[in-house]
Design a protein around this ligand. Structure first.
Ligand SMILES: C[S@@+](CC[C@H](N)C(=O)[O-])C[C@H]1O[C@@H](n2cnc3c(N)ncnc32)[C@H](O)[C@@H]1O
Length: 158
């Protein structure tokens, strides 16, 4: 692959690892060197930068570049009802504890492109049906701005 002709030094990797942690709270383990190299070399190439040194420099200059790096280093695999055991737990343990609550607030905190939030909403609707006086809200967020953009642009309720 062409982008991997751009070498990533140990120091630049450490810089990116630290910046990712400081800006997003996501810790990238040392063993993920090749993953970081592969994902970010593409940005270095597309931006026609000389090398990773120059890339690290632009990362210090704008928040936009940092967000682009965060987006590139997240993995957004998702689909409806992914990890079905989580939904089993949600119904059998969480929802059953919330039966008596009039307000149910659920946060899908790493929702990717939104399928998880919709899956939770569907489960909640079918579990609580239209119980009088019950209000259910699902909040969805993600650290990856591209995934959020994509989820806002789609209407998954159709
Ligand atoms: C593998 S996807 C899973 C998506 C969804 N939860 C599901 O199970 O279908 C992981 C998601 O977590 C997000 N993520 C990773 N670290 C995060 C953080 N610190 N805060 C918010 N979102 C985060 C990523 O951007 C990515 O979209």
């Amino acid at each position: 692959m062409k982008s991997l002709n751009i070498p990533l030094s140990g120091d630049d990797f450490k810089f990116i690892q630290q910046l990712m942690y400081d800006s997003s709270g996501v810790y990238i383990e040392d063993g993920r060197f090749d993953f970081v190299h592969l994902r970010l070399a593409e940005i270095v190439r597309l931006r026609q930068l000389k090398d990773f040194k120059e890339y690290c420099k632009i990362l210090t200059e704008s928040r936009e570049h940092v967000q682009e790096m965060v987006d590139a280093l997240t993995t957004n695999l998702t689909h409806f009802f992914r990890e079905s055991h989580h939904f089993k737990f949600l119904k059998e343990v969480i929802f059953s504890e919330l039966k008596e609550n009039n307000k149910v607030r659920i946060w899908s905190s790493a929702c990717s492109t939104g399928e998880e939030a919709y899956s939770i909403a569907m489960e909640a609707l079918s579990y609580f049906s239209l119980q009088a006086g019950k209000s259910i809200q699902v909040l969805a967020s993600d650290i990856d701005s591209k995934s959020l953009q994509k989820s806002r642009a789609r209407n998954l309720s159709n």
